[in-house]
Design a protein around this ligand. Structure first.
Ligand code: KIV
Ligand code: ZN
Length: 384
């Protein structure tokens, strides 16, 4: 598969790793709706499910393959023939199918999950890729728990699966274990030491157990990864996966650190898709979540509000419009200052001189101390 070295491929796994979260299961029509939104958002690959895991998941991959035609539809398997046969069957209507197969690569997984040896696991990895390749051209291999794998062995495994036909090599930090410089160095080592690495895209798949999923994914991109696996709102197994919206906005805000690198993501759709995924999956977004949290663009302390109202860039590194919000919020609480109060009163049509504002502000503070935050109705009452 020819790939563009200046393109950052966005691989969305909201419907697979994200949907594994207890209580987040979706029906097939719900999955189709989200997949269509993901297509509009501009993702390159949608991981649609793990077909062998249940008849429902199999059917979802079939239906998504019919409904979504412009992006690659990917199905997950373990490294065995039956999983791969089932995935190939589920993908039969996909216009751009990808099989994502793989196996554990750390000694921990080799010994305690597979009760096996490095040699045996390597052979199974190669056989799985060859078998997947007999069905589809586009085969992604994941070296599960690569974050804790021995580097030399990982490099050997990556080289062998590329030789067997893998077009993408996924280096998952399955347990969210790595520090950004460790994960970045891992990717760099593979770039430097795997002879055929230019024949595949390196993919970052990070989990958030230490809150480092996004930082690790960015470190991977800085070291040569050209695909990032992520989910809307960062949902996923345990503490979640890399958040799609965070990676995308980091690339935008720090574009000069990623010269020439582009993606197809339309960030203006973030708020809308975040809310839809959250409500369909009944998975609330924490209010302070970067980019899509309720408070991500809300200014509440007097010092910040004053600085923001003088010049918004004093306290705004992302324009809310760029993520699909109309404007930032100036929240009125007992920590707010006169400037914020004046701003809201003028918005409601009240023009006050300096003394009037000072008096109103005293009354405002008394009221604000009794409430968490004040709304327009409270201000109207205050002005009576
Ligand atoms: O975290 C992980 O290792 C995975 C693989 C199945 C890709 O989700
Ligand atoms: Zn994962």
């Amino acid at each position: 598969m020819l790939h563009d070295p200046n393109h950052l491929y966005i691989f969305d796994t909201t419907l697979r790793d994200g949907e594994q979260v207890p209580g987040c299961q979706l029906t097939t029509p719900e999955k189709i709706e989200i997949a269509q939104d993901l297509e509009l958002l501009g993702v390159d690959i949608i991981e649609a499910g793990f077909p062998v895991s249940s008849p429902g998941d199999f059917q979802s991959v079939v239906e998504l393959s019919k409904a979504v035609k412009d992006v690659i539809i990917c199905a997950l398997t373990r490294a065995n023939k039956n999983d791969i046969d089932v995935a190939a069957e589920a993908l039969k209507f996909a216009s751009r199918p990808r099989i994502h197969t793989g196996i554990g690569s750390s000694d921990m997984h080799i010994k305690y999950k597979f009760n096996s040896t490095r040699e045996e696991i390597l052979a199974r990895a190669v056989d799985a890729v060859k078998h997947a390749k007999s069905y589809v051209e586009d085969v992604e291999f994941y070296a599960e728990d690569a974050g804790r794998a021995d580097l030399e062995y990982l490099a050997k495994m990556v080289e062998a699966v590329i030789a067997a036909g893998a077009t993408v090599v996924n280096i998952p930090d399955t347990n969210g274990y790595c520090l950004p410089d460790q994960y970045g160095a891992k990717i760099n080592f593979l770039k430097e030491h795997v002879r055929n690495i230019d024949q595949a895209i390196i993919s970052a798949h990070c989990h958030n157990d230490l809150g480092l999923a996004t930082a690790n994914s960015i470190a991977a991109v800085q070291n040569g990864a050209r695909q990032v696996e992520c989910t809307i709102n960062g949902i996923g197994e345990r503490a979640g996966n890399t958040s799609l919206e965070e990676v995308s906005m980091i690339m935008k805000v720090h574009a000069q650190h990623f010269p020439g690198l582009t993606s197809n993501i339309n960030s203006k759709l973030f708020t809308q898709i975040s809310r839809k995924v959250s409500s369909m999956m009944r998975m609330p977004v924490q209010p302070n979540k970067a980019i899509v949290g309720k408070n991500a663009f809300a200014h509440s302390s007097g010092i910040h509000q004053d600085g923001f109202l003088k010049h918004r860039e004093n306290y705004e590194i992302i324009r809310p419009e760029d993520v699909g919000l109309n404007q930032a919020d100036i929240i009125l609480t007992a920590r707010s200052g006169r400037h914020a109060l004046k701003f809201h009163l003028e918005r409601l049509g009240y023009q006050l001189d300096k003394d009037q504002l000072a008096m109103t502000y005293e009354r405002f503070l008394l009221l604000a101390d009794t409430k968490k935050d004040l709304c327009d109705e409270d201000l109207e009452t205050l002005m009576q």
